[in-house]
Design a protein around this ligand. Structure first.
Ligand code: ARG
Length: 273
């Protein structure tokens, strides 16, 4: 049964590549991504997600190799959208395309200060069990972003400080799942943030993972209809997810991992309440 309410934005990887280095995954990878393989991997992810809900496409643009990572287009809540402000100049060219897409699709675009980096749903994740927005900062989004989001969206935010450069966006190390479960890599967070996660998520809903799972970007997961799409996960983690009523869907995304992105980075949920 498909989820008739959800819609996911994806951008075909026609112009994808590793052309610069702005995170540790990209180091040594310039020019190494196999584009035809990347296209097949992306299409597989697309087709599996399209069995669960509608997928909408953002037009690809040459010269913007990271535009495929639609999680970073912005943050959506209801009909409102906040368009990302990228920290790195290499990605700032995406902003005009993201803005144009949200405008053309009738989103009410909120004003976000131009000097405050904020990388959209890469760093801001709605909890699926309570009215709460998790916001990551430390590498990309500005430390002032959580409070600003709380004010603009009227949604309680919990700021989480990221400390491991391999996990530079919140969606690389934490994934809220249906019914309030949260997969996360504790070592990616400072002590205060780990305590905040423990304070807000009951122990039986927390799914902490180790470095082996985390570096396969198991936390960079898309949950839809109790299916959890991810680049990789150990059999233990897959069993754990199944025991909690989820169906793990492992889809190899090696070419996108070279850019520091997995399944979740390649998607943006357009329906968030
Ligand atoms: N190369 C991109 C960057 O460093 C990857 C973005 C991945 N997106 C995400 N939502 N984590 O910005």
């Amino acid at each position: 049964m498909t989820d008739k309410t959800q819609k996911i934005l994806m951008c075909p990887p026609d112009h994808f590549g590793v052309n610069y280095v702005i995170n540790p995954w990209m180091e040594g990878q310039i020019g190494t991504a196999d584009l035809s393989y990347a296209k097949r991997q992306w299409q597989t992810l697309h087709d599996f997600i399209a069995r669960q809900c509608e997928v909408v496409l953002q037009p690809p643009q040459s010269g913007l190799p990271d535009l495929v990572f639609t999680a970073n287009a912005g943050l959506v809540l209801g009909n409102k959208a906040i368009v990302s402000r990228f920290r790195n100049t290499q990605r700032q060219g995406e902003e005009a395309h993201d803005r144009a897409w949200f405008a053309a699709n009738n989103f009410d675009i909120l004003d976000w200060p131009s000097d405050v980096p904020f990388e959209g749903a890469g760093d801001a994740l709605f909890d699926r069990g309570q009215d709460l927005l998790w916001v990551g900062q430390g590498f990309r989004s500005d430390p002032t972003a959580p409070a600003l989001l709380e004010k603009m969206l009227g949604r309680k935010t919990v700021a989480l400080t990221l400390i491991d450069p391999r996990f530079y966006h919140l969606d690389t190390c934490l994934c809220p799942l249906q019914d309030g479960f949260v997969i996360y890599y504790p070592a990616a967070f400072d002590e205060i943030s780990r305590a905040a996660i423990e304070a807000h998520v009951p122990a039986d809903k927390r799914i902490p993972v180790g470095e082996n799972d985390a570096t396969q970007f198991c936390c960079n997961a898309v949950d839809i209809n109790r299916h959890v799409f991810l680049n990789g996960a150990s059999t233990d983690l897959q069993d754990d997810l199944r025991n909690r009523g989820f169906t793990p869907m492992v889809i190899g995304l090696s070419e996108f991992m070279k850019a520091g992105g997995g399944a979740k980075c390649l998607t943006l949920k357009l329906v968030e309440a």
